[in-house]
Structure formats: structure tokens, C-alpha cells
Unconditional design. Structure first.
Length: 529
């Protein structure tokens, strides 16, 4: 049986125009001629890895993208690893938050990510190692990793725990393919990761906007953080007060500006159906955050409120003072919101992984909510222009690549969303770069400059040092975007350009002439650059 699967893999690898249509045609042809069913992806993955180990087969990114399980996990160019912090007291008193013993605030013990963390006793090294192993076993390339630290409010954990936690995550990545046990020192592990076989190219944390200040952003930079998820929930102060959020709209405005000025990608976690809200007010909140320059987040998570019994909000429900949106209302509301989101923002999620059985009532029980919203939008002939909906994923590029520059004002400074897209009517986003003009005295680490806040090339992950004729990565798209950013900065008279590069991307920028200065990759600009 093993030889049969291996021969099938070898045959596919030799096909001159391998794509999903060819893959399924070959599966059907083989199944019919051998009077058997299709090979499952687990069989194909194991055979592929075995052939690589025997050096019978060379790495084939196109083939791997067709046989890997849960392909969408790395369609965006990198694989994501979520790691939970241990349970820790939270100063928040939000009415919608579930409270469960031995679980970080706002999380439930039967959520998939929490169950994985509990099995590892919340140890960051073991969690990271376990997720890397699971991704690799299902055929994903893991040399470029986005680490997402979730759990309680990050900024409220002890400083020593924060440093230890992140150092353990780096160490797990550095040691994954190495038998050598490395130092516990965070700076040492960061340095090693610059050229490790598993590189952390993005590191994000979750926190409250009222915990963001100058000292905090400096600390986040030293930890290697490049993205911050803010639990904004709403920008309506009356709604925030009714839900005992403990923070204000002014906190969101201030935190957003400070984070952007220091180069961070800013993600808003927004909640629909809060106590006191209605569909019209929810839609108005999203119109506000994209029409007013004080907000304009880079990333967005839309979390419909999930009513659970171990929350204060459940008492309001029992007393008749709160009613969750039904499924149709929720789908209609999210459909309208998605049509508002501009091209420079990426909607990362529209629902949380809370098991339906613990949700008391409401549309949040639907596990395939995103798909239902997409179907609704198609019926209404409206579309979402967000980054995720336009990513090329595993599609073949249509037409020639075109460069687009979208200039807009955000948090008191000029932003440029520079993108390379294929196609005409249906644009396929192949890569983009976020560029911000940082004024004097707004960033104490680098001063006046142009700041690259994000560089991302989409499509199936291609291993470092390899190429794939059908994929977007390693085709010079990133370099082209950086060159355009440098030209924009030069034309405005800027003396330097800085990049808030993930630790694992520093080597890439060094090749482009950048050097490390105060945690940023920096390049002096001259007219002949």
C-alpha cells in the first residue's frame, strides 16, 4: 500500500502543470483504474514526507499545498501558532466576560485553544512545540511562524513572567529542529531566531487600550512584539459604561495613535450585541471607526456576543433586560458591516471558537457564521473589500501584476497602503506594505522617519530559500514593495526609513541594506538609494 501511495505522489510531482484540477483528475483516474477510493490527505502527507526523508523526492511546494490538511492555515503566507498565558487575575469587570476557575479571564475550558493549553499545563514551550508538531504533521511549512499570545490582559501579567514566557516561545522554535538546548535569556533566543529553521516573523499580544502608555510600548518592542490586539469592543462610551468595560473611547484613540507611531500593527476586537446596543448602533460604530481618522485599525476581529451562564450578563437576560440577536439578525448585521470595511483592513475573524452547547441563545451558536454571511452578501449583491477576502490564497494569478497606492490619514499622520494585485474586475491581492509618516517627537526610539509597519506577501507558504512557479512568495514582490516605500519617503525628503520587523525577518531586511537600531531595522536614505 505504501508503495502505491508513494508512486502516486512521484507521478504528481512530475506533472508539468500541476494544479487542483489536475490533482483531482489524477485521483479520479487512479481510483477508477484500481477500483478503490481516493487517497486521503493523511496518507498522501505521510508518503510525501517519507519520500523527502529518503531523498527520492525534492520539496515541491505546489504538490504540498494540494495534499496538506487544513490548507487555509497557511494560505496567508505564514502559519499561525496560538499560545495561552496562565490564568491570572483581571482588573476588568465586564458584564459579558465569562469567568471560569483555572482558565484565563474571558476564555472557557472547552475552547480548542484552551484545551490544548491545559494539556500542556499552560507551559509556553510545550504549547509551541505541540502546535508546530501538529502543523508539520498535516503538511504545513513551519519555517515562518506568526505567534499569537492570547489569554488574560497581557499588560497585567508580572514583567518577569512576560519575559520568561516569550523567551520560552522563542526557545521552542529555535530548538524544534535542533537537539541543542539553548539559553533561557530572551535576547540570546531572539538573536538565534534570526537564522533559525523556525523563525518568528510576527508576534502579537492581547491587551486593554487603557494599559497602553509610553513605557508599555517600549517594553513591547524589547520583547519583540510587532502587533497589538486591543479589546476595543465599542467606541460608544454609553455602551462601554453599561457593560462595565472600565475604559473609554479616549483610551482607544490615544492607544491607537501611540501604537501606530511606534510601528505596531493595530487590531481591534469588536463585539456586537453588547448590553444597550442594537443592529443600527453596531453598524454605526463600524462606520465611525473607518470614517474618522482617530481609529482606522489595520486588522479587525468581529465577535458576536456569546451569552454564557457564567457571566454577569446572564442575569440581565434572565431578568428580561437583554436579548441576544437571532441568527438572521446577526447575519444581516455582519453582512452590512463587512461591506463597510475598506481595502487596507483585514477581517481576521467573525466568530470565536466557543462551543455552541455552552452558548445559551442567539445567532452566535452558528459555527459556520462566516460562510453564512458570505452567502447572504452574494444574495444581496454586495461585497467585502477587506484584505482577507482579496488574498490570492492558492489561486493562479490572473493577468499582469499592478501596483496600487492608497493614501489616507490615520491617527494624525499620513498612511500609505501599497499593494500589488493581479486581475481586473476581481483583484487578487498578492502582497502589500503599510507605510506611516512618523513625525519628530512621536517616536522616542527613532525620531522622524517613515515607518514600514507591515509587509506581507500572500499565497501558500513557500519555505525559505525555495521557489514555486505558481506561488507568490519569493518572487521579488516584497522587495518591490519596499523599494516603492523607500521612494515615497525619499520624495518627501525623509532622511531614513525604519521597519518594525519581526525577529525572524531581520535577516531579510539586512540583505536590503537595513541595520538594527533600537529594535527597528533602519536604513539611511540618500537620493541615489
Amino acid at each position: 500500500m505504501n508503495n502505491i501511495v508513494e508512486n502516486f505522489i512521484i507521478g504528481l510531482s512530475k506533472h508539468p502543470r500541476l494544479n487542483s484540477d489536475v490533482f483531482f483528475a489524477e485521483q479520479r483516474k487512479f481510483a477508477k483504474s484500481n477500483n478503490r477510493g481516493f487517497f486521503n490527505k493523511d496518507e498522501l502527507n505521510k508518503a510525501y514526507q517519507k519520500l523527502l526523508d529518503k531523498k527520492t523526492l525534492k520539496p515541491n511546494p505546489t504538490l504540498l499545498s494540494l495534499i496538506r490538511m487544513k490548507n487555509t492555515r497557511s494560505h496567508s503566507g505564514i502559519a499561525v501558532v496560538s499560545v495561552l498565558t496562565k490564568p491570572y487575575p483581571c482588573s476588568g469587570r465586564c458584564v459579558y466576560c465569562p469567568t471560569q476557575k483555572d482558565v484565563p479571564k474571558s476564555y472557557l475550558s472547552n475552547e480548542p485553544a484552551v484545551m490544548r493549553a491545559i494539556s500542556c499545563k499552560y507551559h509556553p514551550y510545550r504549547q509551541t512545540e505541540s502546535r508546530l508538531s501538529a502543523l508539520e504533521a498535516t503538511g504545513h511549512i513551519i519555517d515562518k511562524i506568526s505567534i499569537r499570545i492570547i489569554g488574560g490582559t497581557w499588560s497585567e501579567y508580572p514583567k518577569r513572567y512576560q519575559s520568561w514566557f516569550i523567551s520560552q516561545v522563542f526557545r521552542a522554535c529555535n530548538e524544534y529542529y535542533s537537539k541543542e538546548k539553548l539559553s533561557l535569556s530572551l535576547p540570546h533566543n531572539q538573536k538565534v531566531n534570526e537564522s533559525a529553521n523556525v523563525r518568528i516573523v510576527e508576534l502579537s499580544i492581547e491587551t486593554r487600550q487603557d494599559r497602553i502608555n509610553y513605557q508599555e510600548v517600549i517594553r513591547l518592542r524589547n520583547l519583540g512584539v510587532t502587533k497589538v490586539e486591543l479589546g476595543v469592543q465599542s467606541v460608544d462610551d454609553n455602551i462601554l459604561q453599561m457593560n462595565s468595560r472600565g475604559s473609554s473611547n479616549a483610551d482607544t484613540v490615544r492607544a491607537t495613535k501611540l501604537l501606530k507611531d511606534y510601528g505596531f500593527k493595530v487590531s481591534y476586537q469588536m463585539m456586537l450585541n453588547l448590553l444597550g446596543a442594537n443592529p443600527a448602533s453596531d453598524i454605526n460604530v463600524f462606520k465611525t471607526i473607518f470614517s474618522q481618522q482617530d481609529y482606522r485599525p489595520d486588522h479587525l476581529k468581529i465577535y458576536p456576543l456569546a451569552l454564557v451562564k457564567n457571566s454577569k450578563l446572564y442575569k440581565h437576560y434572565v431578568n428580561g433586560n437583554f436579548q441576544p440577536y437571532d441568527r438572521n439578525t446577526l447575519i444581516k448585521t455582519i453582512s452590512t458591516i463587512k461591506s463597510i470595511v475598506p481595502e487596507y483592513c483585514r477581517i481576521e475573524r467573525v466568530i470565536r471558537d466557543i462551543p455552541a452547547e455552552v452558548i445559551v441563545k442567539g445567532g452566535a451558536k452558528s459555527s459556520n457564521l462566516r460562510q453564512e454571511v458570505q452567502q447572504k452578501m452574494k444574495r444581496l449583491a454586495i461585497s467585502c473589500r477587506c484584505i482577507r477576502c482579496r488574498e490570492i490564497k492558492d489561486q493562479t494569478p490572473l493577468g499582469i501584476d499592478r501596483l496600487y497606492i492608497n493614501e489616507y490619514l490615520a491617527s494624525d499622520s499620513q498612511e500609505y497602503f501599497i499593494s500589488i494585485e493581479s486581475g481586473t474586475n476581481t483583484k487578487q491581492l498578492r502582497g502589500f506594505l503599510r507605510l506611516r509618516k512618523v513625525n519628530e517627537n512621536t517616536n522616542m526610539l527613532v525620531g522622524a522617519c517613515y515607518m514600514v509597519r507591515e509587509l506581507h506577501v500572500y499565497g501558500p507558504t513557500v519555505a525559505i530559500g525555495e521557489t514555486d512557479a505558481l506561488a507568490s512568495q519569493h518572487k521579488g514582490i516584497g522587495k518591490r514593495l519596499v523599494t516603492v516605500a523607500e521612494q515615497i519617503a525619499l520624495e518627501d525628503g525623509a532622511k531614513k526609513i525604519c521597519v518594525i520587523a519581526g525577529i525572524g525577518v531581520r535577516k531579510y531586511f539586512k540583505k536590503l541594506g537595513y541595520k538594527l537600531v533600537n529594535t527597528y531595522m533602519t536604513k539611511d536614505l540618500k537620493p541615489d538609494t
